[in-house]
Design a protein around this ligand. Structure first.
Ligand code: UT7
Length: 329
């Protein structure tokens, strides 16, 4: 077999909708308060897509920014992988809608569904396509319109989620840059702890599924909480061991942004000080697959990391799924 190439991130971009929904706004919608949300979760505000906006329109905006950052035209893209649990529609894939919006006519397209771990899963796939030489230029887009599947009458979940999109361009790079290792995990026996049960082949859409509010996110929050920090710390140690890197060499941990207390626990278990942890959940809330993609784009844009920086992306979500990606810029 031919020698493997080293795949790396050569451009990133992000998009968030204009509309800001603050904790004070939520106080008028459900029985909650800023103090509870801030202290239990760490979110102050989140973004909400405008009526015309969709996962693909936000994803395309993030993708355009990533392509511009990489200095690449849409015509050069060989493959678009979109990570989302809120596709524009069950099919065609959101990646196909993004292809159309970008005019990336040469690109193959598919979606990946690994909930909040979707960006890490998609990066791992993109890395393999580039490393084997099957595709030269892969566009990974993580985009979510969670506001459309949020039960705005359920205070347990309504305060947590937001809409956003992030994107990354993956190409062959010269070492020491590159994706050094990835680790993916899943436990399908815990699926019902975090799910949207309605609308598929198990519970096809009907008046009953709508009345039973089965087309909204359902989460047993404290059960998810118990697993999240441990699984992310596990992925961190697996990916570091694979790459032969120690945690103190990591410049920035970019964790899934679901809950400040989960992030703090994961950082503590991984023995990483919070100064080396990227946080933006106070601004955007939990945007599922998009959190790590947006955070990586922001951290590069704001020069929190730059060429040579060692970044550790880690996520946990529905499925359960979890995973990490160790990356030198
Ligand atoms: O993205 C994928 C992964 N998702 C996650 O990682 C989310 C994981 N879970 C969490 O982040 C947390 O479990 C939550 C933030 C969802 C909830 O925090 P918690 O500390 O686990 O609270 P809880 O569910 O045990 O509820 C504690 C109390 C309850 O009241 P009682 O029964 O003790 O009287 C809830 O009814 O807080 C109450 N509560 C609220 N109070 C004010 C729940 N939601 C709210 C709210 N405002 N929005």
């Amino acid at each position: 077999m031919a020698e493997l190439l080293t795949a790396g991130v050569v451009g990133t971009g992000m998009y968030v909708p204009e509309k800001v929904l603050t904790n004070a706004d939520l106080e008028k919608m459900v029985d909650t308060n800023d103090e509870w949300i801030t202290s239990r979760v760490g979110i102050k505000e989140r973004r909400i897509a405008a009526p015309g906006e969709t996962t693909s329109s936000m994803g395309a905006a993030a993708a355009r920014a990533a392509l511009a950052d990489a200095g690449i035209t849409a015509a050069e893209v060989d493959l678009i992988i979109t990570a989302t649990i809120t596709p524009d529609m069950p099919w065609p894939s959101t990646a196909c809608f993004i292809q159309r919006a970008l005019g990336a006519t040469r690109a193959a397209c598919f979606d990946v569904e690994a909930a909040c771990t979707g960006f890490v899963y998609a990066l791992s796939l993109a890395r393999n396509y580039v490393a084997t030489g099957m595709y030269r230029t892969v566009l990974v887009v993580a985009a979510e319109t969670l506001s459309r599947i949020t039960d705005w009458e359920d205070r347990n979940t309504a305060v947590l989620f937001g809409d956003a999109a992030g994107a990354a361009v993956i190409k062959a790079v010269a070492p020491p840059a590159g994706i050094l290792a990835t680790h993916l995990g899943a436990d399908g026996s815990k699926g019902e702890l975090l799910e949207m049960p309605g609308g598929g082949s198990r519970h096809p859409t009907s008046h009953e599924t709508v009345e039973a509010r089965m087309h909204f996110i359902r989460m047993k929050g404290n059960e998810v909480f118990k697993h999240a920090a441990r699984a992310m710390a596990h992925s961190n140690s697996e990916v570091l061991a694979k790459a032969g890197i120690t945690i103190d060499q990591v410049d920035l941990l970019i964790p899934h942004q679901a809950n400040m207390r989960i992030i703090e626990a994961a950082a503590r278990l991984s023995k990483l000080p919070m100064e080396k942890v990227y946080l933006n959940l106070m601004h955007y809330g939990n945007t599922s697959a998009a959190t790590t993609a947006v955070a990586l784009a922001e951290a590069r844009r704001d020069k929190r990391v730059g060429p040579g920086s060692l970044c550790l992306l880690v996520a946990f979500g529905g499925g359960f799924t979890w995973g990490a990606c160790l990356l030198r810029l």
